[in-house]
Design a protein around this ligand. Structure first.
Ligand code: MEV
Length: 433
């Protein structure tokens, strides 16, 4: 595949879109799309994933277009129930493409495992004793997972923190910094902490209480930057009444960002918009979206005040520049990513070979999604974009089916009244006929 821009994709039927994606997957045979036509997960497989299974639950899967990440075109699967998410990100990716696409980087895939050390007679003595044995403890930890070691992962560091004035007085928290390579890493980190605990107890005379990874994965960060040529931002509203210059859209996006940067009430919503895109890809790849959510919001509050995960400003030529930085603990081996056939297809479609590459794509989607929301909010408002798909959902909820969905929806959009009671009335005029 050389280009993630597929002209007229929106107007194709589902079958035609599948054919286009199968073509785009040129090196892979079309049957690889099969998990997406069936939902991908059998009840039998589901029964091995969680308890008390009685079935499976589906969500829409759409393809994000126009993305170019680090010079490579990529088609991105989104699993999401909300209208406008896929369209918004794809549209912004098109504008961002004109500025060279997304430039994304990642740190090493370092996760933090926490061990809570309590019942200490002397906290300072214990702290220094752990440091004295650090090399030996790291060497032991490194042997725990030979497979991970073979792929270049393993223990990297031990950090010792003293927590004072807690409800149980002082205690120690040990952070095991663990390179988990292409795994999400929760299992590897938790196992390592559990195995290391007795050694630390023997060294310090204390008791290791909790042993669990931290979802504030601030050593495993994905960063992305995009520049949007200012002329790309100019547009006219569909009814032609209002038009916006590139400069005004740029400045209005920056002013919208300033709101999120300064106010936690707005920052929560602003970051939710970022997560609309992030979670959709995390979900499509079978990753743990609760972990990503927890990490994102904790990271947004790392200064002590909750703020925006992204920034928006301009460069010396007056172009719009957006950045996003957040923890991104996703894997491409193990867990549901390995077990769920649809997640495997998602990984294949994006052609990612490492967890870091996946993280770079996800953070790019987050930035595009954020830009889509800010652009809409700062100009024509969010409802217009939502209107047509939302109207279809309302029409379905009112009982419309087949071609009546589109007819009822179109009339509500034209009337600018998208409500279930109106949908029922309009539907009534058709069913009476
Ligand atoms: C809706 O799902 C997301 C937005 O509220 C994000 C934002 O306000 O920036 C539109």
């Amino acid at each position: 595949m050389t280009n993630s821009h597929i002209s007229g994709f929106y107007n194709l039927t589902i079958e035609q879109r599948r054919a286009k994606i199968a073509e785009a997957l040129a090196p892979l045979p079309p049957p690889d799309l099969a998990p997406w036509t069936t939902g991908g997960l059998s009840a039998e497989s589901a029964d091995h994933m969680i308890e008390n299974v009685i079935g499976v639950h589906s969500l829409p899967l759409g393809i994000g277009l126009n993305f170019m990440v680090n010079g490579r075109d990529v088609l991105i699967p989104f699993v999401v129930e909300e209208p406008s998410v896929v369209a918004g990100a794809s549209f912004m990716a098109k504008l961002i493409r004109a500025g060279g696409g997304f430039f994304a980087t990642t740190t090493d895939p370092l996760m933090i495992g926490q061990m809570q050390l309590i019942n200490l007679v002397n906290v300072e003595e214990a702290r220094l004793k752990i440091y004295e044995h650090k090399a030996e403890l790291l060497a032991i930890t490194d042997e725990i997972d030979p497979i991970l070691k073979k792929f270049g992962g393993g223990a990297r560091d031990l950090e010792v923190r003293v927590i004072d004035n807690s409800p149980i007085g002082s205690f120690i928290v040990i952070h095991l910094i663990y390179d988990v390579r292409d795994a999400m890493g929760a299992n590897a980190v938790n196992t390592a902490c559990e195995k290391l605990a007795p050694q630390i107890e023997a060294i310090t005379g204390g008791k290791i209480h909790l042993k669990i990874l931290s979802n504030l994965a601030d050593r495993r960060i994905a960063r992305v930057r995009a520049t949007i040529p200012v002329d790309q931002l100019a547009f006219a509203e569909q009814d032609g009444i209002l038009s916006y210059t590139g400069e005004s859209v740029r400045d209005d996006i920056i002013a919208a960002y300033a709101f999120a940067a300064s106010d936690p009430y707005r920052a929560a919503t602003h970051n939710k918009g970022i997560m609309n895109g992030v979670d959709a890809v995390v979900l499509a790849t079978g990753n743990d979206w609760r972990a990503i959510e927890a990490g994102a919001h904790a990271y947004a509050a790392r200064s002590g005040r909750y703020t925006s995960l992204s920034t928006w400003g301009k460069d010396k030529d007056g172009n719009l520049v957006g950045t996003l930085e957040m923890p991104m603990a996703v894997g491409i081996v193990g867990g549901a990513t390995k077990v769920h056939p649809a997640a495997q297809t998602a990984v294949k479609l994006m052609g990612v070979k490492t967890a870091n590459e996946l993280a770079q794509i996800i953070v790019s989607v987050g930035l595009a999604q954020n830009m889509a929301a800010l652009r809409a909010l700062a100009t024509e408002g969010i409802q217009r974009g939502h209107m047509s798909l939302h109207a279809r959902q309302v029409a379905i909820a009112a009982g419309a089916s087949g071609e009546l969905i589109e007819k009822v929806a179109a009339q509500m959009v034209a009337e600018k009244v998208v409500r279930i009671d109106r949908a029922e009335e309009i539907l009534g005029t058709y069913t009476e006929k």
